[in-house]
Design a protein around this ligand. Structure first.
Ligand code: ADP
Length: 341
């Protein structure tokens, strides 16, 4: 649905040139929620604003629904933009207009008649749960309610793509979750493709299907959220993952490794319901080793559980090695943290 190829954007300023995007390529499939995460200054806003040409790229190609955006005239662009909805961190509502009138605004610009506007806005108010706020002004709304108006307004012209520019950054955690849930509902109900930028890994883990990590204008890692979360490759990605999941070996266990002179300490990682077997008790029974559970955590990304367990396996060396082989055969990711005897 969105295909970006070799996108580069250089800003020229008195202080010199800034390469905000450096040969960025990515592909967002129809109906998916795609998140782009990066620290401040990484190039996220520039990237999302290039998709609807609010920012003109220096070079490269951007296709939305197979249409090359960089070649459109201003008139063509105006009509194309009606099919690309956008929501913003600070909502960008018109303060002198009611909730109803804010949502009606893009429809008025598109020349839709009053009767249709009435029907459409009423439907959208229902969709975002604000039917009772039609006549309120933005100043009378909470942050979450304002963003709901922003979402309804962005959906007014039945877009094929929704761009979310740090849409929950100004909201508290509970409101963030409710807005993310609404976006997920809309994505499912309308089969709407969503591209979002954020600096919060929580946003990615709660609703995104795919994720790209951007740093200094380059995509440094990209893939399905579950893969990137469970096996982050780049140190920056690891830092982001670490903000919500602790994948490090705890300090207490590192100390234990240093002092250890027998047996093995094993880290077992798993994704999904990877085994039906009671692996730990099988280890003890079949391989005649003692198993001591040192540390464990289980998390869930959307519906997929994943986690890790650190165990200590004590017994004759050959038994411990056989036990490790057994674990590997169960389709688990196994790392022997230290192996001395
Ligand atoms: P992010 O959204 O990840 O915080 P931005 O896309 O806003 O990053 O910025 C990327 C880089 O481009 C930063 O170094 C920023 O200072 C620079 N930049 C952004 N907009 C402009 C501009 N209009 N003029 C000059 N430099 C800019």
């Amino acid at each position: 649905m969105i295909e970006i190829k070799d996108l580069t954007k250089v800003y020229h300023s008195n202080a010199g040139d800034v390469k905000a995007l450096d040969s960025v390529s990515l592909r967002v499939r129809k109906g998916e929620i795609y998140g782009i995460i990066g620290f401040s200054g990484a190039g996220k806003s520039t990237l999302i604003r290039c998709v609807n040409m609010l920012e003109k790229p220096t070079s490269g190609s951007i296709k939305v629904n197979s249409q090359e955006m960089t070649e459109l005239s201003e008139t063509q662009l105006r009509s194309s933009r009606q099919k690309i909805g956008m929501i913003f961190q600070h909502f960008n509502l018109l303060s002198s207009r009611t909730v109803f009138e804010n949502i009606a605004f893009p429809l008025e610009i598109s020349g839709v008649n009053n009767q249709e506007i009435q029907a459409k806005v009423t439907k959208l108010l229902d969709l975002v749960g604000l039917a009772d706020k039609a006549n309120a002004y933005p100043s009378q709304l909470s942050g979450g309610q304002k963003q709901r108006v922003g979402i309804a307004r962005a959906l007014a012209n039945d877009p094929i793509v929704l761009l979310c520019d740090e849409a929950t950054s100004a909201l508290d955690p509970a409101t963030t979750s409710s807005i993310l849930e609404l976006l997920k509902d809309i994505n499912r109900q309308l089969d709407l493709t969503i591209l979002m930028i954020t600096h919060e890994m929580k946003v990615i883990s709660e609703i995104c299907d795919s994720v790209a990590v951007i740093e200094k204008g380059k995509i440094i890692e990209e893939g399905l959220v579950i893969d990137v979360f469970t096996q982050p490759q780049h140190p920056t990605t690891r830092r982001f993952v670490q903000t919500i999941i602790n994948t490090d070996v705890p300090e207490k266990i590192k100390q234990r490794l240093l002092q250890k002179d027998e047996g093995q300490i094993i880290r077992i990682s798993f994704i999904g319901d990877s085994t039906d077997e009671p692996v730990i008790s099988t280890l003890a029974k079949q391989y005649d080793v003692d198993v001591n559970i040192l540390y464990g955590n289980i998390d869930q990304i959307q519906d997929t559980p994943f986690g890790m367990l650190i165990i200590e396996c004590l017994g004759p060396k050959v038994n411990c090695e056989k036990a490790v082989e057994y674990l590997r055969r169960q389709g688990l990711r196994i790392e022997v943290l230290k192996n001395v005897q």
